[in-house]
Design a binder for this molecule. Structure first.
Ligand SMILES: [Zn+2]
Length: 730
């Protein structure tokens, strides 16, 4: 299939000779993998693999030896680096065929097949620690230097069509062969080897109900071949495009974007609660034209029930999504809730029945029976995962599934994998082992934490501290740029994860920055809307925002500043709690609210009447809210004292006025940092523990208060003040 021109319409051509010439053969493989993985139409996140057989010097003998470099287990082509590739002695891998052939019982899903995976460890070249994937024999046994195995929607559409073999021949003539569905493994490798022997002219194979594998002895040629096969499949599908009759035409109308978001905001907390009874889930919303065309269509219900096809997808999307037949223009929200409840009940029953029907005596225990993909006409798709990255992958895979169904239905009729085959992948012992090998989930991995005041000081430190425990952090601040800055810092540390999907704000990573003015209920409501659309729910709120208006020499502040002090320090946390109440109640999931008050609430003194009384009111607000929000939400107060370090509450003029007040020596030309240290040291000496109270001390306490470690504590004020006996509560 010679490349006539590089103007592909359905894939992006990205090869650069100039770049490829400068790098070594292994780097060329990484390069090829990255540019293939960058295009979602070529392969899905985490899906597919690539390989090159490269001559290298054997560290044992010093002689040249052929090494198979193949994408290892886990990882993703788009983001792969050299360390994501396994390297194995090609000769030894071929040698493994003897062991396999001598087994008494062999073939797909036999004991020897799974055992061969462990044997790959004996063929490792140069102590490379990357674990080999189950696709390794596919790459090794194809007698060509470079092999690409991709999951392109257009080719899977052909692979998942009822007359797949016939259509493959029609589209690709004798250049591309076809093999029927078989689970990847040693035996499939041998089948591919045999196909290459029987048909020496073919350049690739459509793997029935799975994907594409193709090869060449030159890496650039292999890359271009991959693209041209996908292009050809896409052209064929577009030639059969059904236009308005796609998916049997439209049954329901979409809602306007505003109305859609309004309903999603109403429904998502309840839905998250319904599916999170065993484990909490994080959501991703997809409501673009493509997904709406599917969920609104006449065929959506039938096709959704058939389930996804590419085996790569099952672990994320489950065997099928939950489709809810709700008429967005005729039925109301109440009807949707009832249909969701009924739908979920039936889904769980179906899932248990599928497990019981397909399980083997040694199958792993049944997993969470809730759907991970929910389709609602007029609204779109809601995908769920154990964290944001996973939920984005789930949504991405179902986007792929929809595109595969569109293609297959355009050219023929879509068929899914038989249930038993789907089960044998979902509950494959090797997959279970992979799940077990994963590091344990972090303490806040499934939690969404809102930090108000996250742009600076304690709020910023708290955001960093809780993010360290795996939380999704909504950084909110009245200074939006500073909130976004904190979110950016978190994203730089922890990454955005994988998975390409999500509409609007739902396309986000594990940290976002939002504007919030706690004195304005509308702004709080707007913030919650964004949070719900981004993650599907909320678990914890930590409020660190506050105001201290420096008094004049008589210790007074203007009357309007009294109002402002109470608005920010008392009414603000109340408004946040009041707006969050509905969300928490509808979710019905355990959560927490932490309000930052102050030790000043308990210590009477001269000069800061407004601030101190507002904090006393905030302490009592904690107690009242703990009653109001029980039993699902714990409410506690964090009472810091004199955190001077990095605090927006201690600008230079306040530091100086305090230094003067306490007769501490300083000169006007000293830097603010130095002045702050002087003040912090003075304060430290007044405490029982004699050391300055830091932002990190506050952050640690806020984290513990939100965590399950204190899950029997509510209505309490927790002082972090270095020990101020006059602030002891009694
Ligand atoms: Zn595959």
């Amino acid at each position: 299939m010679a490349i006539k021109n590089k103007n592909f319409k359905y894939v992006n051509y990205k090869w650069s000779d100039e770049f490829a010439q400068k790098i070594d053969p292994v780097e060329r493989l990484v390069y090829r993998s990255n540019i293939l993985g960058e295009d979602q139409r070529i392969t899905n996140t985490g899906g597919g693999n690539t390989s090159s057989k490269i001559m290298m010097k054997d560290p044992l003998t010093g002689k040249d030896v052929e090494v198979l470099w193949v994408k290892g287990s886990g990882g993703d082509l788009r983001t792969s680096k050299k360390e994501n590739f396994a390297s194995l002695y090609q000769g030894s891998l071929i040698g493994l065929q003897n062991i396999y052939n001598n087994a008494e019982e062999k073939g797909a899903k036999t004991e020897i097949e799974d055992k061969m995976v462990e044997m790959y460890n004996h063929t490792i070249f140069n102590l490379n620690p990357r674990a080999s994937s189950i696709d390794t024999p596919l790459h090794s046994f194809i007698p060509f230097k470079h092999v690409d195995h991709m999951h392109p929607d257009s080719v899977i559409a052909i692979a998942a069509a009822k007359n797949s073999k016939k259509i493959t021949k029609e589209v690709f003539a004798d250049e591309i062969g076809w093999v029927k569905w078989q689970r990847p493994g040693f035996d499939l490798g041998l089948i591919l080897q045999e196909e290459c022997r029987k048909h020496p002219k073919i350049k690739g194979l459509v793997l029935g109900q799975h994907g594409l594998i193709n090869w060449a002895n030159d890496d650039k040629e292999c890359y271009e071949l991959t693209l041209s096969i996908i292009e050809k499949a896409a052209e064929y599908i577009e030639a059969h495009n059904k236009g308005e009759q796609t998916f049997g035409g439209q049954k329901y109308k979409s809602l306007s974007e505003g109305k859609r978001f309004e309903i999603l905001f109403e429904i998502l907390p309840k839905l998250r609660g319904m599916i999170s009874q065993k484990n909490k889930f994080i959501g991703t919303i997809q409501s673009d034209e493509r997904i709406l065309r599917f969920v609104n269509s006449n065929d959506a219900e039938r096709l959704a029930e058939l389930g996804t096809s590419c085996p790569d997808h099952f672990l994320r999307t489950k065997i099928k999504p939950l489709y809810v037949d709700w008429n967005p223009t005729k039925e109301n929200l109440g009807a949707l809730v009832i249909k969701l409840e009924e739908g979920l009940y039936k889904y769980r029953e179906d899932y248990s029945a599928y497990y019981e029907e397909c399980k083997h005596p040694d199958s792993p225990a049944i997993r969470d029976p809730n759907p991970t993909v929910i389709l609602i006409p007029g609204l779109g798709m809601i995908a769920w995962g154990k964290n944001k990255s996973e939920s984005r992958v789930t949504a991405e895979f179902y986007n792929n599934a929809v595109e595969v169904m569109r293609g297959a239905e355009a050219i023929d009729e879509y068929i899914s994998l038989p249930r038993q085959e789907a089960f044998d992948i979902e509950y494959w012992k090797l997959e279970e082992a992979k799940l077990k090998r994963m590091p344990p989930e972090k303490e806040f991995a499934r939690e969404v934490v809102l930090v108000i005041g996250a742009g600076s000081g304690i709020g910023k430190a708290v955001s960093h501290r809780v993010a360290k425990e795996g939380a999704h952090i909504v950084c909110a601040d009245v200074n939006k740029e500073s909130a976004e800055q904190t979110a950016k810092e978190l994203t730089e540390i922890y990454g955005v994860g994988i998975g390409v999907s999500g509409t609007g704000i739902s396309n986000c990573g594990a940290a976002i920055g939002l504007y919030a003015n706690v004195t304005d209920r509308k702004s709080i409501n707007e913030m919650f809307k964004n949070i719900i659309l981004a993650y599907g729910g909320i678990d914890h709120i930590i409020i660190t925002s506050g105001i201290f208006v420096p008094p004049d020499l008589e210790g007074k502040i203007p009357d309007d500043k009294w109002g402002l002090t109470y608005d920010i320090n008392v009414t603000g946390p109340y408004l946040v709690a009041d707006e969050a109440k509905r969300i928490w109640e509808e979710q019905g999931l355990k959560g927490s609210l932490t309000i930052t008050t102050s030790v000043n609430a308990a210590v009477s003194k001269k000069g800061s009447v407004a601030y101190d009384t507002s904090k006393a009111a905030a302490n009592h607000l904690v107690r009242e809210l703990s009653i109001e929000l029980s039993p699902i939400v714990r409410v506690n107060g964090l009472a810091p004292a004199t955190v001077v370090e990095g605090s927006s509450m201690f600008p230079r003029d306040r530091v100086i006025s305090s230094l003067k007040k306490y007769n501490i020596q300083f000169t006007e030309d000293e830097e603010t940092g130095i002045l702050r240290n002087k003040l912090a040291e003075f304060y430290a000496q007044r405490t029982l523990l004699k050391s300055p109270v830091t932002l990190n001390d506050q952050a640690e306490a806020a984290y513990v208060l939100a965590s399950k470690r204190l899950n029997k504590t509510t209505g309490q004020i927790f002082s972090v003040d270095g020990g101020l006996h006059e602030a002891f509560l009694r």
